[in-house]
Design a binder for this molecule. Sequence first.
Ligand SMILES: Cc1cc2nc3c(=O)[nH]c(=O)nc-3n(C[C@H](O)[C@H](O)[C@H](O)COP(=O)(O)O)c2cc1C
Length: 315
Amino acid sequence: MDNDLHLLGNPTVYCCLVAIVWAGADRSREVPSLDAHNSEGTSFVDAPLPDYADAPRPWKRSKQRDKTRQWIASLGASILLLIIVLSPPIPQSLNSQLPTPNSMTKIADLRKNYTQAGLLESDVVANPFEQFKLWFEQAVAADILEPNAMTLATVTAEGKPSARVVLLKAVDDRGFVFYTNYNSQKGVELQNCPYAALVFLWGDLERQVRIEGRVELVSESEATEYFHSRPASSQLGAWASEQSAIIHDRFVLEQRLQQLETEYQNREIPKPPYWGGVRVIPQEIEFWQGRPSRLHDRLRYQLVAGKWQIDRLAP
Ligand SMILES: Cc1cc2nc3c(=O)[nH]c(=O)nc-3n(C[C@H](O)[C@H](O)[C@H](O)COP(=O)(O)O)c2cc1C
């Protein structure tokens, strides 16, 4: 089937077929057959014979050859028609499906009034992990795109910050877990400065959650168990990509993945030693709910002497 599609989408095939049809059908450039001159009642009868009438006639068509040409032309046309009818629609590239950008957008004028809900002290529970789970489940129920996507901020040993999005993979009273390559930029930064900040934005619910705290590595057994729960393609991806390193081109990655696919065909894929989980153990968790007139609600949980204290912060 793949080969068929390859053939159908191949412009060379179309060109050859058009050439066949054209060669078989187009006779306008050729000298008229002398047979036409000789047949009475045609417009050629009265026309003067061309100069080349007495010339040797290697170019003269035989009726048999004309028939063969017509036959080839019809066959070519039929195959062409068949291919056009059977061809699948040409898939559009992702870029051509994106909306047309509006070059007139005035960024400063983009604003939204938040009106969906409020967040009072009486609305929240004493344990911030439970409060987080409640909001998380509401985000899932609201069908938010990737509700577990969170921005992770780290800093270098010199205090230079960097941020990127990662996926939350577990949460319990110990903290918030994501998985990554320990040799990546974030991995190295966390080794040098084991503190991180996380931010969830659930825009459709007009909510934000901020988490700050110290980090620790997830145990090898927990990381291995999670690694093997992932699809094989993701497991191989962890081996194929030297995350955050400069690579020559995309082909390097695809070639490496292909080698790994062959290497691990019918074999269990081990967890790379440099890949695993990071747990952010919160010292603070803030729940933010958008309100009208920029008077948003902010409730911050802070761990003070082993107990969670809740404070309201000005928006
Ligand atoms: C929606 C989304 C989810 C992502 N999830 C992860 C993740 O769970 N782990 C990870 O290492 N990178 C994840 N990435 C890629 C990171 O944003 C980042 O590009 C990568 O980790 C390299 O970051 P670094 O060079 O700062 O270490 C995700 C990116 C997006 C957009």
